[in-house]
Design a binder for this molecule. Structure first.
Ligand SMILES: O=c1ccn([C@@H]2O[C@H](COP(=O)(O)O)[C@@H](O)[C@H]2O)c(=O)[nH]1
Length: 273
């Protein structure tokens, strides 16, 4: 099954637009994992087991693994996801961007090494930097459009022919790059007005929407701005707010993660119509 169909099936199966982000920060892990050479794997797989029935996707952010030399643990987490939850899309958040020959290696890393259903990429280097990913025609290519950080405005808001650059990216992807129907866009929940603009440009294209939870994006405004006519169309990501949800010392981290994932999934669903 291709990425878009798998995502659509997961929206329905789990009645969820929630993407659970896997950003394991060693300093924030429960103490039992901190000196364990397999601690990141154990932490992430417990989070996955606790939230898998509430999520439409999982999104490991590669920097949290690479910074610690923990790529092997990321490989094992991806294998675990594919073996135990093959119906839930795995999105590798890598934000890659390079010339075609190098991009092909990044695509191999995401799709072959990690077995990701989709990978995030940066559009700044243009179409030939994106084309290698398209050769994996069943996999998704998720392109940065209007990112959730304040500094995203420095370039993404530059006016080009009377429109902000992020709108040109949305139009370019929807009208040209998405010829095989495998593209999605990243649009931050912190900018609901721009999210609505992107939705108007791209029709039903899926959007990866980070920025709720720790970044403070408003769930009601996000859903109202980004949903498609059938009340879906988004993978709304929350990472730290779920991973580090314990409120009291001694509280079980996985149970706390499940509690927040459930609250978030249900808060999103309240506004889907
Ligand atoms: O515009 C973007 C693109 C990607 N991200 C990534 O999403 C998560 C957000 O984590 P939280 O803890 O929920 O804030 C993280 O992996 C970012 O690298 C983003 O935030 N904004």
């Amino acid at each position: 099954m291709n990425f878009i169909n798998k995502l659509s099936a997961a929206w329905t199966a789990n009645d969820s637009l929630l993407c659970v982000g896997l950003d394991p920060d060693m300093a924030k892990l429960p103490p039992q994992f901190q000196n364990d050479p397999d601690g990141i794997f154990k932490f992430c797989t417990e989070i996955i087991d606790a939230t898998a029935d509430l999520a439409c996707s999982f999104k490991p952010q590669i920097a949290y693994f690479a910074a610690l030399g923990a790529e092997r643990q990321l490989e094992n987490i991806c294998s675990y996801l594919r073996a135990n939850y093959p119906h839930i899309p795995l999105i590798l958040d890598a934000k890659r961007g390079d010339i075609g020959a190098t991009a092909r290696q990044y695509a191999r890393e995401a799709y072959d090494r990690y077995g990701a259903d989709a990978v995030t990429v940066n559009p700044y280097m243009g179409s030939d930097s994106i084309e290698p990913y398209m050769e994996w025609s069943e996999r998704g290519v998720i392109i940065l459009c209007r990112t959730s950080n304040a500094g995203g405005s420095d370039l993404q808001f530059l006016q080009v022919d009377g429109k902000p650059l992020y709108q040109h990216v949305a139009r370019l992807v929807a009208q040209k790059w998405n010829s095989n129907g495998q593209c999605a866009l990243v649009v931050g929940a912190t900018y609901p007005e721009e999210l609505a603009q992107v939705r108007a440009i791209v029709g039903d294209m899926p959007l990866l929407v980070p920025g709720i939870g720790a970044q403070g994006g408003d769930i009601a405004a996000t859903v109202a701005s980004g949903k498609t006519a059938d009340g879906s169309g988004m993978m709304i990501n929350s990472s730290r707010a779920i991973l580090y949800a314990t409120r009291q010392p001694g509280e079980d981290f996985a149970a706390a993660a499940r509690r927040v994932a459930l609250e978030t999934r249900d808060a999103i669903n309240l506004h889907r119509g």
